[in-house]
Design a binder for this molecule. Structure first.
Ligand code: SF4
Length: 399
């Protein structure tokens, strides 16, 4: 098994990389100059990295200097800086979020996702509200302080049905943080969820390039996505967004824009993971994102968003056996173990070969705790709200 980033890079360098996959349809991804021209204008790698650590504000050109870090020395310097920043602002404790994937039905047809409505090969399932609450009860008993309720965009769960679930969990434990990740809904729905006791909402923007977004998510738009993120902010949620790395047609410029968008949104959470092509989608056979590229974007996210919760995503752990550990050493401070009943897990295949689909929830927890201890870190206690003053005590409750 490859163990060092150097070894991983050697393999990835031969065939993959954002630069090679840059498409022609990306308008927002226009390149502002050659590699050398950008470094001449923005500063050397070390100068830009020092500016990032000191001020957490970079221009698009400066971000490109970090994203296009070259050579082991620059890469390690970037990851170490992100790790230092994580230690300073978020501490050494790693927050665990138990994720319940309660339905794999989806009305959308995103090109990159195995749950897309057009995938006739997927065995679909739905958990009933009382089943979801029962799973939540087990997760709380295992010590989870945050539960993430995730599904495809499934209209079966009306606002009233989901509110029953939220209230059921609140009734079990008033302190547990409830995060929703159920896609695009109406303002009235988001308001109702919040009033019922939902604390956080995850709605990844996926890509900040409007053309790439429209191409990969037919029938939806980046504009509508951003409008919903603004609604969530207005309603007082802790807001999470994020993007994929390595999408066909994506450029480093586009990824720099992703990071600037996350900063502009001032998100409390940002999920950054590699694109992994699914065989039963229109993107079957394309190349996926690499570990190195994903870690670079993650590290830059930590430098721009010093107070955000950044997960070491399961997708990162899927493309490399030590992906999550390396992410935890490049700015991440959260892991999201799966607490979905084992019988359903193999069918929540947004991407293929997902790790941790056979283990019991209790085993996953132990395994993740061991992984965290092996890095000299500890598991955080409690709900792990955003450290921003507005959310530091508790966010649960009514408007
Ligand atoms: S990415 Fe989300 S909205 Fe798109 S098909 Fe998959 S589950 Fe549905």
């Amino acid at each position: 098994m490859e163990n060092t980033l150097g070894e991983i890079r050697k393999r990835e360098r031969t065939s993959n990389g954002i630069r090679e996959r840059a498409g022609t349809f990306s308008e927002t991804g226009k390149r502002p100059g050659t590699f050398n021209e950008i470094r001449k204008r923005a500063g050397t790698f070390n100068e830009v990295l020092a500016r990032a650590e000191a001020g957490h504000n970079l221009t698009r050109q400066e971000l490109l200097v970090l994203l296009e870090a070259r050579g082991e020395k620059e890469l390690q310097a970037l990851f170490r800086a992100a790790d230092r920043q994580r230690h300073l602002t978020m501490g050494d404790a790693v927050h665990l979020r138990g994720i319940i994937e309660f339905s794999n039905y989806c009305r959308q047809n995103c090109f990159y996702c195995g749950l897309r409505a057009g995938n006739g090969k997927l065995r679909r399932y739905r958990l009933q509200p009382e089943e979801i609450v029962a799973v939540a009860k087990e997760a709380i008993a295992l010590g989870y302080g945050t539960l993430v309720l995730q599904s495809g965009e499934d209209p079966y769960y009306t606002a009233d049905v989901l509110c029953r679930v939220i209230q059921g969990i609140r009734h079990l434990n008033p302190e547990v943080a409830i995060t929703l990740s159920v896609g695009e809904r109406s303002y009235a729905d988001y308001r109702q969820f919040r009033a019922a006791g939902a604390d956080r909402y995850l709605l990844k923007h996926e890509t900040s390039d409007p053309q790439l977004f429209a191409r990969l998510r037919p029938g939806t738009s980046l504009e509508a996505r951003l409008e919903r993120l603004a609604w969530l902010r207005e309603l007082g949620y802790q807001v999470g967004s994020g993007n994929m790395v390595g999408l066909p047609g994506q450029t480093w410029e586009s990824l720099a824009d992703d990071l600037l968008l996350l900063q502009e949104l001032d998100v409390e959470m940002a999920g950054i993971g590699p694109f992994i092509p699914h065989p039963d989608t229109p993107l079957a056979g394309t190349r996926g994102g690499t570990l190195e590229d994903t870690l670079k974007v993650l590290a830059c996210a930590r430098l721009l968003l010093p107070f955000a919760h950044l997960p070491a995503t399961t997708a990162t752990g899927t493309i490399h056996p030590r992906g999550r550990q390396l992410a935890l050493q490049a700015g991440a401070n959260v892991v999201m173990p799966n607490v979905t009943p084992a019988e359903y897990r193999p069918h929540y295949t947004i991407y293929p070969n997902k790790i941790c689909i056979a283990e019991a929830a209790s085993h996953c927890r132990l395994c993740v705790e061991g992984m965290i201890a092996s890095l000299g870190r500890v598991v955080a206690k409690g709900p792990g709200h955003s450290p921003k003053p507005a959310f530091s005590v508790t966010n649960s409750g009514k408007e």
